[in-house]
Write a new protein. Structure first.
Lengths: 754, 127, 85
């Protein structure tokens, strides 16, 4: 039976129209927009900024960025954006894009060719390697680099150059969360996902200004409160922030003195009978950090932590602690969310453990609406660094350099000798820059981060960075770090390269390449492979023709592990809005809750009747830790009587290399400032907008005073974004002994009118 | 392509002002169709809300209580940064960056902007 | 001959009436009202300009049409022979 071409075309036309109707009114653009849209192509991607992982569509017209819209199909944000993501397309063509390699000649950075720059880097690195050994070289990467880039860098430095001095900036933000998850549950990253939010009726937010730091998650909470009027939110934080808009109970604690509160809550939960005894029996061990202890030992340990004791430590009302405990206990569901206020502490890992403790005591884990859910700061700290082995002690697939079997497995995939990978962890970030300051590290490759602004106690580390042979791969110039580099390599920015980001909720999502790299910039992955070849490791890297090759090899390192990404092929990731691991094969939909029914690795045989089995622990049991209530490294004193805490604002991202280029975003907070409590300001004779001198034992900074009722009396808050006002010359570089994460959140200072 | 050229002619001849449906870089082209707005010269080292909380208290309150105010979508989203770009009435071409499901063909309606039905500050419909 | 399809959206409640009126337009076939106020139409034209004129005509001459959204366009001119059914 024949069908005319005309009829076939008419049928096709009809089908196309019908299909369009079947879709959300995305096509409902006016004839004008349709005409304009004809030449605009929309690419599916993920926001360049925080760890929420919002889906965004980048529109390209005539080879140039045209616009941004939220991806309505992405379950994370359902089309919403925050103000930073809103302007992403303009950052691609910002005036400060670095378009050509730069090499320092006679003290000045001058334009150079790629060949010249790369030859210099390779020869200097080889020279240092031969003369001083692999540990004289280092790599410092980023939670904003794509997974493929971090993976390649780790492969080169750990697997070929042979040094474990390969760390990343998540050391400065999420390392304590990693430490908490691995000690409490046996493996990194949350047990649940964002989906738990719509089932949860009690949120406990600790050390997080969610409204400004994770705006779209804040929006999910706002929506949840609207949908469920009985939903309550408890907030433990030294500041009143925009997050307070949805808070029902605020424990405005003294910075650094909140561990006792978590113990007191645990004590109250036990006393009031809110514990899940069966769950504890089935799935929980107890430890004092060194040795196993019993449940009774733990209860005895908690006796000290009465609400009165904890309230005195934190300078709050004891009744509020009891109230918080009861709200947490009574609600059948509970999610705790936290961020830098918990992690950037010398007791960061401890505090993470104590958060997991209350969820383990009450069994509020591994079921809808229940989770201890760490909020990740950067867009790919999870995917790239925590999962692909981007810290000095780990290897891809949640493995450890110290584990012989782990080294063997990874070395085979990396096509290198297992002896090449050193068994001892390398230098963590602060130690790495300390070693550079001492001249022990002579050459460093820095990718997609700005340590000359983001390290704590900057004055201690900048001279050392200047003395080290510093290679900076960066999309923007100048930055504090690239200004002092020996070689600056221009690399492709967001939208100009394809790759994968893994966000807070274990969701790996594909970012499309929508544009060609600007100027002479190249994909970071290409540059690393180029360096590997020039250093003589070509054989191990020449098979990588593009990001997909790298991802495919990386997937192999995850096969069979708790973070299995075997089912997350590029093909699949391009079609779907991400997949939450473990996703062991291409027909698996991804996992909501780990360590329980639905997790493809949940061992039903071993678990028996138990609801949860923490299979990353040898006996399947998670651990409740009896940790001491450690205070801050630098408490206030007579000489330095004011608490200094640092953090973020909504409109700016990190060191302002991107968001600082957008006048609208700068308008929100045009100049650096310090938040002063109104009572303090009155006492100190300081008015709004007066210049104030902030002094710590490490440095002095002069900023404008913003007198506002946010911080507690005796505390000031300074955002760290402005390169012209480096907040981090004030902060302390004391680190958590477990995670090596610095205590940005608490230091002691003096405040005086300038 | 001839057809594209034809369509663009139609667009220009109708003088359509809806400047694209997403936050896009064509705003400069569209501005040439509108009178250029100028914000009074002020101390540019402060943000919008610093002044406007005092000098336009109702507008500030309306915005602050609205969903945009709650989630920190500041004045600049619609009005520009004030110094380099300023739109007194507020541009609505950014709305579709988050609300692309709500697009309307203004050619066939009496209203010509999102703000004709949605109050730009309270965001309420028809109020 | 060019074949093209479009969605024609109308003001609330006016789709049925507009669809009836569109039946009288030569070279335009209506294929029903869907999802409230969307009419699927398929058009035939000798030249591309005619399609453009058609869009303009619909938008200007019919009360109640909010917009026309092209969804498909192809030409059958490349085919050497046309088989009639």
């Amino acid at each position: 039976m024949s069908i005319s071409r005309r009829n076939f075309l008419k049928a096709s036309a009809l089908t196309a129209a019908a299909a369009a109707i079947g879709v959300e009114p995305l096509h409902k653009s006016s004839v004008l927009a349709a005409a304009v849209q004809e030449s605009v192509v929309w690419y599916k991607s993920v926001c360049r900024f925080c760890g929420v992982g919002c889906g965004v569509m980048l529109g390209v017209k005539d080879g140039k960025p045209f616009g941004i819209k939220g991806d309505k199909e992405c379950p994370v944000n359902k089309g919403l954006l925050c103000v930073k993501g809103f302007y992403l397309h303009r950052m691609i063509t910002a005036k400060n894009r670095l378009l050509h390699p730069l090499v320092r000649k006679n003290g000045k950075l001058e334009k150079a060719s790629w060949d010249e720059a790369m030859d210099l880097v390779a020869s200097r690195f080889k020279e240092i390697l031969e003369k001083d050994g692999p540990n004289a070289l280092a790599y410092y990467g980023s939670g904003q680099a794509q997974t493929e880039e971090t993976y390649l860098a780790q492969r080169l430095f750990k697997g070929y150059i042979g040094t474990n001095n390969a760390d990343g900036n998540p050391r400065l933000c999420m390392a304590s969360a990693v430490g908490g998850y691995t000690t409490s549950f046996g493996a990194d990253e949350p047990i649940g996902t964002y989906k738990d939010i719509e089932h949860c009726n009690l949120f406990l937010i600790i050390g997080s200004n969610t409204a400004e730091a994770h705006p779209v998650i804040f929006d999910l909470l706002v929506q949840r409160k609207k949908d469920s009027p009985s939903c309550k939110i408890i907030f433990i934080d030294p500041r009143k922030t925009p997050t307070n808009r949805i808070v029902d109970l605020h424990l405005q604690v003294k910075p650094g003195y909140d561990l006792a509160i978590m113990h007191a809550i645990a004590r109250q939960l036990i006393k009031d009978g809110y514990t899940d005894e069966q769950f504890i029996k089935d799935s929980v061990n107890f430890s004092n950090g060194k040795d196993p202890i019993t449940y009774d030992d733990y209860k005895a340990f908690l006796e000290k932590y009465t609400p009165e004791y904890a309230a005195e430590q934190a300078d709050i009302n004891p009744a509020d602690i009891v109230k918080a405990a009861r709200m947490f206990g009574e609600s059948p569901t509970a999610m705790t969310m936290w961020c830098m206020g918990v992690n950037q502490r010398v007791a960061g890992v401890f505090l993470n453990n104590l958060i997991h403790n209350i969820h383990l005591l009450t069994g509020k884990l591994g079921k809808p609406g229940c989770d201890s859910f760490s909020l990740t700061g950067q867009p790919n700290a999870c995917g790239g660094v925590r999962e692909a082995g981007g810290l000095c002690h780990i290897l891809p697939g949640h493995r450890l350099v110290a584990n012989e079997q782990h080294r063997k497995v990874v070395a085979e995939i990396w096509k290198t000798s297992p002896d090449k990978i050193q068994p001892t962890p390398g230098k963590h970030t602060v130690a790495m820059f300390g070693a550079a300051a001492k001249g022990e590290i002579k050459g460093m490759y820095i990718l997609c981060t700005n340590p000359a602004q983001s390290l704590p106690n900057l004055n201690k580390y900048i001279p050392g960075m200047k003395d080290t042979f510093l290679v900076v791969a960066e999309s923007f110039y100048p930055t504090e770090t690239s200004k002092i580099a020996d070689v600056v390599l221009p690399v492709a920015f967001w939208g100009e390269k394809e790759g994968v980001y893994g966000c807070t909720e274990r969701r790996s999502q594909h970012l499309a390449k929508a544009l060609n790299p600007s100027g002479e910039s190249r994909w970071d992955g290409d540059v690393i492979v180029d360096l590997a070849k020039r250093m003589g490791y070509g054989k191990g890297f020449e098979h990588f023709k593009g990001p997909e090759d790298v991802w495919s090899e990386y997937q192999k390192t995850t096969a069979g592990t708790d973070m299995d990404l075997s089912g997350a092929t590029y093909d699949r990731l391009k079609k779907v809005r991400g997949l939450t691991w473990p996703v062991p094969d291409t027909s698996h939909p991804g996992t909501w809750h780990r360590f329980t029914e639905g997790d493809p690795y949940f061992p039903k045989d071993k678990a028996g009747n138990r609801r949860m089995y923490f299979y990353a622990k040898p006996d399947g049991k998670a651990v409740i830790f009896a940790r001491p209530d450690k205070g801050p490294e630098e408490p206030v004193s007579a000489e330095y009587p004011v608490v200094l805490t640092t953090g973020r604002i909504l409109e700016q991202w990190h060191t302002m290399t991107m968001t600082g280029q957008i006048p609208e975003l700068v308008r929100a907070n045009p100049v650096p400032y310090a938040e002063l409590n109104p009572d303090d300001a009155k006492l100190w004779g300081i008015k709004n907008r007066d210049k104030v001198k902030i002094t710590t034992r490490r440095g002095l900074l002069t900023v404008e005073a913003k007198v506002i009722d946010r911080t507690r009396k005796g505390t000031i808050f300074i955002p760290w974004h402005w390169p012209e006002s480096l907040t981090n010359i004030l902060t302390i570089d004391a680190v958590d002994p477990g995670s090596f994460e610095p205590e940005y959140k608490v230091a002691a200072c003096q405040v005086a009118k300038a | 392509m001839k057809r594209k050229f034809y369509l663009i002619l139609i667009i220009l001849s109708f003088g359509i002002l809806s400047a694209g449906f997403i936050n896009n870089t064509q705003s400069e082209n569209q501005n040439s169709l509108l009178l250029k707005d100028k914000h009074p010269k002020v101390d540019w080292t402060i943000g919008c809300t610093e002044c406007h909380e005092e000098i336009t208290p109702k507008v500030f309150k309306d915005w602050n209580m609205s969903k945009h105010g709650q989630v920190g979508f500041g004045c600049f989203i619609c009005h520009g940064d004030g110094q380099e770009e300023f739109n007194a009435k507020g541009k609505d071409n950014g709305c579709l960056g988050c609300h692309s499901a709500m697009e309307v063909n203004f050619k066939k309606t009496k209203v010509k902007s999102c703000f004709d039905c949605h109050n730009g500050h309270t965001l309420k419909f028809h109020n | 001959m060019i074949i093209a399809s479009m969605i024609v959206t109308t003001q609330k409640g006016m789709a049925e009436e507009v669809a009836l009126q569109l039946k009288r337009v030569p070279n335009l076939t209506t294929h029903g009202v869907y999802k409230g106020d969307n009419i699927i139409v398929v058009m035939e034209a000798e030249k591309e300009e005619e399609l453009v004129n058609m869009s303009r005509y619909l938008m200007n001459e019919f009360e109640g049409i909010l917009g026309t959204y092209p969804t498909f366009m192809a030409s059958e001119d490349e085919v050497d022979e046309i088989e009639e059914k």
